[in-house]
Design a protein around this ligand. Structure first.
Ligand code: PFF
Length: 452
């Protein structure tokens, strides 16, 4: 219980479940498979693995250290660790702003997912002809009322968990949902792998095709690694402030990273063999999950309906534990002696829902689709900002602070739990990565991305 409010996770297991809950989300199940397919399958996977373990995991450890050492929200954490450099608080602020924007767009996509869960449950999806799923998705996502209804429902659920508190809300829900999620995903993998023609999907996902791995693909791999691990925006600083004092940060970060990576790969295994077995287009892009997968489910007959329900339930639950972490970061920041947890959570929800609804209205042929900022519809702008630009910028500033401004003794003391855990040669390797490799890689990828 590191924070001033006395809130925290009750055990390392609870902390791992909550942080893995944040990491595992739409990024793993909805985004990873189509991006991986787009940029060369196995070749993308190799680059992605390097970014996940050498940059993403390193950032996660760093954020946990900053959070637990300071026991503060991201905005107060930096100046607390370097009181002589108060300007660093703006890095915390930038992270929180990024969380706000991610949450807005996350709510829109989570709302779609919840609607598809509902439509699987009620049988609506089962009645749609294969050729009509594209039209169905566009008509739904561009309509005014229905997406907003599901956004509101999803946000209400998220807010309720936050009001429940860190241990009784976030930790409890994550401990319950994460194992369910793994079981559901494994069921889908087994079904997908046993379909006739499944091997083509596995080949598509794992066979390296280096000709498709462009500079843009490398950038996408980095953006995806950061987004998927929930690092760079300060969420792991928040969860770090709730870590038990005796939690082994190195071990915890390795577990969460492995879990997040495994779930992304398993999602690919659940999706691509089925897509190939049913003769669908694997390059369906962002629409893959909403326009292509329902066709796959319908072609499986009666059992397909059950798989459809299971899949959209899985996606909704994964999205929920991620949205919880985003709202928690904003709530922790707003809470103080005067504004309690409940008031802060409700206030933040009301603010973010305004942006989410505006983004929903601007999507596709929505009622605000003609409103453009910098030539882009609001939804697309938010997607670009939160998917490619802001996370690497915040991540770069975080590693710079960590590697060059935070005291090395503080870092080692925190990683080794005040000398009780052996960190040995790892600390040399880690320090090298955090000081040189991570900032250089982030800078190169960012600059090439901005030039693009
Ligand atoms: N990691 C989540 C996912 O893969 O869907 C998304 C996310 C959650 C990003 C929390 C950033 C964050 F701070």
């Amino acid at each position: 219980m590191a924070t001033k409010s006395g809130e925290g996770f009750s055990s390392s297991f609870g902390a791992i479940m909550a942080a893995a809950g944040s990491a595992v989300g739409l990024g793993n199940i909805w985004r990873f498979p189509y991006i991986c397919g787009k940029y060369g399958g196995g070749a993308f996977l190799l680059v992605y693995i390097c970014f996940v373990f050498f940059i993403g995991m390193i950032l996660m450890m760093s954020e946990f250290v900053i959070g637990r050492r300071s026991g503060e929200d991201p905005m107060k954490a930096y100046p607390k660790l370097r009181p002589d450099r108060p300007g660093w608080r703006f890095v915390g602020l930038a992270g929180l702003l990024t969380c706000f924007l991610i949450l807005a767009i996350y709510l829109v996509i989570s709302g779609w997912t919840l609607n598809y869960f509902w439509e699987s449950l009620t049988g609506t999806l089962a009645e749609i002809a294969d050729s009509d799923f594209g039209t169905h998705f566009n008509a739904f996502a561009s309509s005014a009322f229905r997406p907003v209804l599901f956004i509101a429902l999803f946000l209400a659920l998220t807010t309720l968990v936050i009001i429940g508190g860190v241990e009784k809300g976030i930790e409890r829900v994550s401990k319950l949902l994460m194992p369910i999620l793994v079981v559901l995903l494994l069921v889908l993998c087994v079904r997908s792998l046993t379909l006739d023609g499944a091997s083509a999907g596995i080949a598509y996902l794992f066979q390296p095709d280096f000709s498709k791995l462009t500079g843009e693909g490398i950038l996408a791999a980095l953006g995806q690694a950061l987004f998927s691990l929930s690092v760079g925006m300060g969420v792991m600083i928040v969860y770090g402030s709730y870590l038990p004092v005796d939690d082994n940060i190195l071990k915890t970060s390795v577990w969460i990273t492995v879990c997040d990576f495994a779930i992304a790969v398993l999602s690919g295994i659940a999706i691509f063999p089925a897509v190939f077995a049913c003769g669908q287009d694997p390059t369906g892009g962002p629409g893959l999950v909403y326009q292509v997968l329902p066709v796959v489910f319908n072609s499986l007959g009666g059992i397909g309906r059950i798989f459809s329900i299971v899949f959209f339930l899985l996606l909704s639950l994964a999205a929920l534990t991620s949205a919880i972490s985003l709202l928690e970061a904003l709530t922790q920041w707003l809470s103080n002696e005067k504004n309690g947890r409940t008031k802060s959570a409700v206030l933040m929800s009301l603010l973010v829902v305004v942006l989410a609804v505006a983004a929903s209205f601007s999507f596709g042929d929505g009622i605000w689709s003609s409103f453009k900022v910098g030539g882009m519809q609001l939804f697309d702008l938010l997607d670009k900002l939160t998917g490619t630009i802001l996370p690497p910028v915040c991540a770069l500033l975080t590693v710079l602070f960590f590697g060059w401004f935070m005291k090395k003794e503080d870092i080692i003391d925190e990683l080794s739990n005040h000398g009780t855990v052996k960190v040995g040669y790892f600390k040399v390797f880690y320090y090298f990565l955090v000081r040189f490799v991570a900032p250089a890689a982030l800078l190169i990828v960012l600059i090439s991305g901005l030039i693009n």
